[in-house]
Ligand binder design. Structure first.
Ligand code: FAD
Ligand code: AMP
Length: 479
């Protein structure tokens, strides 16, 4: 009789590989199918996140910030250097090496945990059968008790700016420039557009970001978004809102872009490179046999319940291919949840506490509700803020832009949201997330002892400020 798996996972991104490892840890006979191969035909694990997403973008953000800091701020510390220069191919090579190490690491973890890796493209035939097709067209059927779809997402393409060989690129292309473009256009002022725009702006590109919406970072708390807009503009990012790109044309080494502003006036810009960063769509091309019973919504997301079950009881879907924010950690948590569910140990992802981070400098991060969201639900709330300009640690690090904002329920004092723009914002917000997971009040944070001097003290002070007793800043509210 053919081998039968307990669970077959399609896709080895942060949702799929984490699900596979956890399932194997729980004693389930587990296979993970991945279609991505390198130039030599060797399977590439880790999905978007490891190969062309979170990790490579952060590698370039870190490299480019070091260059920017050396050029712009070393003098403040009394450090003089010779001419500071950037070797872009070396920077890209470093990024590729990190990616290589991590993707190989996933292979090692599969081996260590006993996950069977199957190279090829998976198609869901039914709740118990998955077909795997390889490059030469041959295929095999895997029999399984459960199927987990974790096929992720791909960049959205828009008709006014189709991707070309190397002038108009998506986020993947923007991670591989071999030289700094003199004039760089970015369509979309979302997370990816701002991060990639920042990388190349720091290295010397003149960057113009064109955003169709009239608000900046609509999903973020607007007090933080305003601060972000001010800081990023000061850094040289020319962010134009209400700017809808309608046309582009590649002519030799240049890209001409037309956009329409709020008043309907057409503008023309010329760039050396154009990055299209207008969002991502779920990847389900040829994935699901029409009679399998697995449903998709009108935008292509696979329809699932709170525990990532599809309409078919033995088929689950997790990560970017289902509703919710397209974030690696959200998919990974769903992967763990589904593995445990299949093993009979039900747990639940707390979708109210998915932290968001934009890795600009300073970082922008938040967890929980924004002030705008709270206003809609008419909950009574109180706010405490603390600026990094009053933080001794931030001053020592010459990194005083930004602030921390803590929002708490007026009656119960329970923390509703933590929003940070500033040094180590991602790490500070994580402290907020832990506090919120334990249903902490702002007083709980205020009563917690924080090491001195740390940038985390700004979170402590913002929590104290909620009730008007911050120590290192004048309180507006007195207690
Ligand atoms: P993916 O990572 O997309 O993986 C899906 C995998 O499935 C791929 O390997 C694909 O080849 C494979 N696959 C697809 N179809 C099939 C098939 N039919 N058969 C077999 N295999 C298949 N998120 C963060 O949380 N933090 C960040 O800092 C961050 N930065 C980002 C920066 C950039 C530039 C980009 C593009 C994304 C970033 N993201 C970030 C988003 C993050 O990468 C995604 O949310 C995450 O990778 C989604 O994980 P996933 O496992 O659902 O899908
Ligand atoms: P995100 O989904 O966070 O990656 O952000 C993508 C951004 O691209 C959104 O804010 C969109 O408004 C923006 N966008 C989409 N199409 C266009 C366009 N034609 N011109 C300018 N901005 C666009």
């Amino acid at each position: 009789m053919a081998e039968q798996f307990d669970v077959v996972i399609i896709g080895s991104g942060p949702a799929g590989y984490v699900c596979a490892i956890r399932a194997a840890q729980l004693g389930l006979k587990t296979a993970c199918i991945e279609k991505w191969v390198d130039d030599q035909g060797k399977v590439k694990l880790g999905g978007t996140c490891l190969n062309v997403g979170c990790i490579p973008s952060k590698a370039l953000l870190d490299s480019s910030y070091k260059y920017y800091e050396a050029k712009k701020y070393f003098g403040v510390h009394g450090i003089t250097t010779g001419e500071v220069d950037i070797d872009v191919p070396a920077m890209i090579k470093r990024k590729d090496k990190i990616v290589g190490n991590l993707t190989q690491g996933v292979g090692g973890l599969f081996k260590a945990n006993g996950v069977t890796l199957v190279q090829g493209t998976g198609t869901v035939l039914s709740g118990t059968q998955v077909k795997v097709t390889v490059a030469d067209g041959s295929s095999q059927i895997l029999d399984t008790k459960n199927v987990v779809i974790a096929t992720g997402s791909v960049p959205v393409e828009i008709p006014p700016a189709p991707i070309t060989e190397n002038r108009i690129v998506d986020s993947t292309g923007a991670l591989d420039f071999q030289e700094v473009p003199g004039r760089l256009g970015v369509i979309g002022a979302g997370v990816i557009g701002l991060e990639l725009g920042s990388v190349w702006a720091r290295l010397g590109s003149e960057v113009i970001v064109l955003e169709a919406q009239d608000s900046f970072l609509a999903a973020a708390d607007q007090q933080i978004a305003k601060e972000a807009s001010k800081i990023l503009k000061k850094q040289g990012l020319d962010i134009r809102l209400s700017a809808r790109v309608t046309k582009s044309n590649v002519d030799g080494r240049e890209v001409t872009v037309k956009y329409i502003d709020q008043s309907g006036k057409e503008h023309t810009l010329v760039f050396d490179k154009l990055i299209v960063a207008v969002g991502r769509r779920p990847l389900t091309d040829n994935l699901i046999a029409p009679d399998s019973g697995v449903k998709q919504d009108e935008r292509g997301f696979i329809v699932v319940d709170e525990q990532c079950r599809t309409e078919i009881s033995t088929v689950y879907a997790i990560g970017d291919v289902v509703r919710g924010p397209m974030l690696a950690h959200k998919g990974s948590e769903e992967g763990v949840m589904v593995a445990e569910l299949i093993a009979g140990q039900p747990v639940q992802v707390n979708y109210d506490l998915v932290p968001s981070v934009i890795y600009t400098h300073p970082e922008i991060a938040w967890v929980g509700k924004t002030e705008e969201e709270i206003k809609v639900t008419a909950e009574e709330y109180k706010v405490g803020t603390f600026p990094f300009v009053a933080s001794g640690r931030a001053m020592a690090a010459n990194d005083t832009d930004g602030m921390v904002k803590v929002i708490a329920d007026k009656k119960t004092d329970r923390i509703l949201g933590v929003h940070v723009i500033g040094p180590a914002a991602a790490e500070l917000v994580q402290q907020g997330a832990i506090a919120m997971e334990f249903a902490a009040t702002s007083e709980d944070l205020a009563l917690t002892m924080f090491s001195h001097p740390t940038v985390s003290e700004a979170l402590h002070e913002a929590a104290l400020a909620v009730d008007g007793h911050a120590i290192h800043i004048a309180n507006r509210k007195k207690r």
